[in-house]
Design a binder for this molecule. Structure first.
Ligand code: PMP
Length: 349
């Protein structure tokens, strides 16, 4: 790896030629009251609120609000239909299909990187995490070549729950001339600082976050990518024009007014996580609790499949990760409300 970041040379040829979608309404600069440009139904909507007009394709209001909450300028933000959309856009913008380009993944990690790579017919190079669930830097150095476009780092990592050492991520950011994607879906529960304040430092950095976890808005489907303006410009070329619905934009705007409430939940979830970890540790079927910086706990058990089955029979669903590399015998348990966590412990006892 040697550092020579050049965004233009990373892009697929067909993307270089594209310009972001712009509607007649975006291009029109004056005052208008009659909109006959987008083949909408001018009579209205069969709802108490009118949704007959297309939403702002760039979601500026929501971006300004997010800028406020996150301390990142609005032009450094892309909003996707979940961060899953941002992951897919990264593949479509940067990775030529058919095996020419490759991406590096560090399993065990979030499954969508691999799914998106397959959908986009992009070669995957896997460099497993170490037994401590940290990056294998020597392995990464070997795996990366001139056709490596993206490295995905999930921190805190799903399903292991730990954060990746900051110094190792910085090493990649300073040496890899492709794009380093840091997926911070669980950052609000972490002791580690986010990388979103480092965008000016690293031109090759993309940070993913979501409103699906700490913000409690999984059903709305709002994910964000934070990056330099040049990379955000690329995202805007590739995304579908109206990727975030009007109702979703409005609800997300309302929700983002409640930072205090969300911070209280985060504090409670972290307390519950540590209580639940301590209680689970006492159970004879539990072999190991992995330290978590997220809102879930990875638990190694004597019989993951049996325990999973037993829990479902008592109306409790957890995630069986026992077949996943480095997670043999493990269940991934989301931290619930105090009542839900107590119920889980009662049933397990
Ligand atoms: N990244 C990670 C690490 C996740 O665990 C998830 C959801 N399980 C996502 C991204 C996707 O989140 P979203 O709901 O924003 O698509």
């Amino acid at each position: 790896m040697n550092f020579m970041f050049n965004l233009d040379s990373l892009l697929r040829e067909n993307i270089k030629r594209l310009v972001p979608y712009s509607s007649a309404r975006d291009e029109f600069k004056g005052e208008a009251s009659v909109f006959l440009d987008a083949n909408e139904n001018s009579f209205g909507s069969p709802l108490p609120v009118n949704y007959n007009r297309y939403p702002d394709p760039m979601q500026w209001k929501l971006k300004y609000k997010l800028a406020d909450v996150k301390g990142v300028p609005p032009q450094n933000i892309f909003i996707g239909n979940g961060s899953d959309e941002a992951i897919d856009v990264l593949f479509r913008a940067f990775c030529n299909p058919g095996g020419r380009d490759n991406v590096v993944l560090c399993p065990p990690t979030y499954g969508m990187y691999e799914v998106s790579a397959h959908i986009n017919d992009v070669t995957i190079r896997k460099v497993s995490l170490t037994p401590e669930f940290q990056l294998d830097i020597a392995g990464l150095q070997q795996a990366v070549d001139e056709n490596t476009k993206l490295i995905f780092i999930c921190s805190p990592n799903n399903p292991t729950g730990n954060s990746i050492h900051r110094a190792d991520i910085e090493l990649l950011l300073n040496n890899f001339d492709g794009i380093v994607v840091i997926d911070e879906a669980y950052i609000n529960f972490s002791r580690q600082k986010s990388f979103i304040q480092e965008l000016t430092e690293y031109p090759n950095l993309v940070v993913l976050q979501t409103l699906s976890k700490a913000w409690g808005l999984a059903a709305l489907r709002i994910g964000m990518a934070f990056a330099g303006e040049d990379i955000i410009h690329v995202f805007n070329k590739v995304k579908p024009p109206y990727n975030i619905g009007q109702a979703t934009q409005e609800l997300a705007l309302q929700a983002l007014d409640n930072v205090t409430r969300v911070n209280e939940w985060i504090r409670e979830i972290v307390i519950e996580r540590d209580l639940l970890s301590a209680s689970l540790e006492q159970l004879p079927a539990v072999l190991e609790i992995y330290p978590s910086d997220a809102n879930f706990i990875l638990v190694k058990t004597t019989d993951a499949k049996g325990i999973y089955q037993y829990l479902t029979e008592h109306g409790i669903v957890v995630r069986d990760r026992s077949k996943v590399e480095l997670c043999m015998g493990c269940l991934r348990i989301t931290v619930g409300t105090p009542e839900e966590n107590l119920r889980l412990l009662e049933v397990l006892k």
